[in-house]
Design a protein around this ligand. Structure first.
Ligand SMILES: Cc1cc2nc3c(=O)[nH]c(=O)nc-3n(C[C@H](O)[C@H](O)[C@H](O)COP(=O)(O)OP(=O)(O)OC[C@H]3O[C@@H](n4cnc5c(N)ncnc54)[C@H](O)[C@@H]3O)c2cc1C
Length: 414
């Protein structure tokens, strides 16, 4: 554990998952004048992935081109690229209907990064990359350090944290408290922040597949009446072609599917997804995530900001959650770049209001997109069917519309 030798920092970040670690890296880059402490309740992920935080589990994350651009700005792309499979083509289809849409990086230069529409990285690889980079910065990383209580005080926030059960509490004061402790945040509840939640009554089944043929950098998004499915390209391992599966289905179907032996799971998957990605030969252990839309009613208060899943938890359709969070982190880091937190001064409400205003439109568009697309594609009704066929057709036939859609999904829209 890294010891706490400071009693007061400019910024304290609670949670060392994707959101907290990304913000810490951006603050180190854009705000080197600020002292920052990051507190994570678990030991940090290590290189052999035997230690994992919730963010860095067996999932894979589609990182949009705009986010790759950000990682490049942070000087992280070189460390990340070895673990990434480029997305060179995205194919969207609607099961049982003829219309589909295909996009290639070469046709979307304004929504691409280094010839890619995005890249896919396994979360277990992303964690060590972020935390190794963090270890090269001045950030004070406290782990394991569980924050047991936070109190907002006149000059910022006061945190009580401990290194584990039975360890005494240590106090830390901060000018700005960033809560990035994941969905269902007890800290937010303790601060009286209400979260609105819509349960989709769906689950995402996630696993790694071995496929017979090379995916050639194609990401597939397939809409079915039971929910969207995504097959994402992964880097080869031991010469084998691999893809990451996110299969959205009802809670009842998920309970059956996740218990099936591998060959039956593959047979059901192949039937539902079809053959566009070739023969599926293997499936790894299936993990299962409940899906909901959760939105905190307040994302900032005086000396306080919420980031990541505790601020907004989205449907994973089109892989937007982390990409949106990265843009939030960037917006906050840029806003704080000009802030003077010296001599115990705190972050003015005006600065945080400006940050909130700047992030509003992107959040509304991204959250609206991820909330409305799955029901539209799941509905068997004639109107919905017509609408999605028209939508896919319009996207397929209208380059400017497609460029706008891809640009927003790629994180370049705003
Ligand atoms: C199935 C699925 C697929 C997804 N795919 C994509 C994708 O392809 N692209 C994309 O952009 N997004 C994707 N997402 C979204 C992405 O996973 C989330 O945006 C991301 O996990 C958010 O991480 P977080 O850091 O906010 O929360 P968490 O991962 O929950 O991290 C919170 C951290 O805080 C720590 N913590 C909690 N309480 C305390 C405390 N009291 N003291 C100290 N530390 C504490 C925890 O240990 C944890 O490490 C997907 C999500 C799901 C469910």
């Amino acid at each position: 554990m890294t010891g706490a030798n400071k009693q007061r920092v400019d910024v304290a970040i609670v949670g060392g998952g994707m959101a907290g670690a990304s913000l810490a890296l951006m603050l180190a880059h854009f705000c080197p004048h600020l002292s920052v402490a990051l507190l994570e309740q678990r030991a940090l992920p290590d290189a052999d992935a035997s230690v994992r935080l919730p963010s860095f589990d067996t999932r894979a994350t589609a990182i949009a081109a705009g986010s790759l651009q950000l990682f490049s700005e942070l000087g992280l792309w070189n460390q990340l690229r070895d673990y990434c499979a480029p997305i060179e083509r995205i194919q969207v289809s609607d099961r049982g209907r003829p219309c589909g849409m295909s996009m290639r990086a070469a046709q979307q230069p304004r929504a691409s990064f280094a010839g890619m529409l995005g890249a896919v990285v396994e979360n277990a690889a992303l964690g060590p990359v972020l935390h190794r980079a963090l270890a090269q910065t001045q950030t004070q990383v406290l782990a394991p350090a569980r924050v047991n209580r936070v109190r907002m005080v006149a000059d910022g926030a006061q945190l009580d944290w401990s290194a584990g059960a039975g360890c005494p509490d240590t106090q830390l004061q901060a000018g700005l408290l960033v809560v990035a402790d994941g969905a269902d945040s007890p800290l937010c509840r303790g601060l009286g922040i209400v979260t609105e939640r819509i349960e989709y009554r769906q689950r995402a089944l996630v696993t790694t597949l071995g496929v017979q043929r090379d995916h050639r950098g194609t990401a597939y998004e397939r809409f079915t009446d039971a929910g969207p499915m995504a097959l994402l390209p992964l880097p080869r391992r031991d010469g084998s072609h691999r893809m990451a599966l996110v299969w959205t289905c009802s809670e009842e179907d998920a309970a059956i599917l996740r218990e099936l032996p591998e060959h039956e799971f593959i047979a059901r998957l192949q039937k539902r997804f079809g053959w566009r990605a070739g023969r599926i030969e293997r499936a790894g252990r299936v993990s299962d995530y409940p899906l909901s839309l959760s939105l905190a009613r307040e994302q900032w208060r005086r000396n306080l900001v919420l980031l990541g899943n505790c601020a907004h938890f989205l449907h994973p359709v089109a892989g937007q959650g982390f990409n949106l969070t990265l843009r939030d982190c960037y917006g906050l880091a840029r806003a704080l770049a000009g802030a003077d937190l010296a001599q115990n001064s705190t972050v003015g409400l005006e600065l945080l209001e400006a940050y909130g205003r700047d992030r509003r439109l992107d959040q509304q568009l991204t959250i609206g997109f991820s909330d409305r697309i799955p029901p539209l594609f799941a509905s068997p009704g004639l109107f919905a069917r017509g609408l999605r066929q028209a939508g896919l057709l319009a996207l397929a036939l209208t380059p400017p519309l497609r460029a706008g859609f891809v640009g927003q999904a790629a994180g370049f829209g705003l």
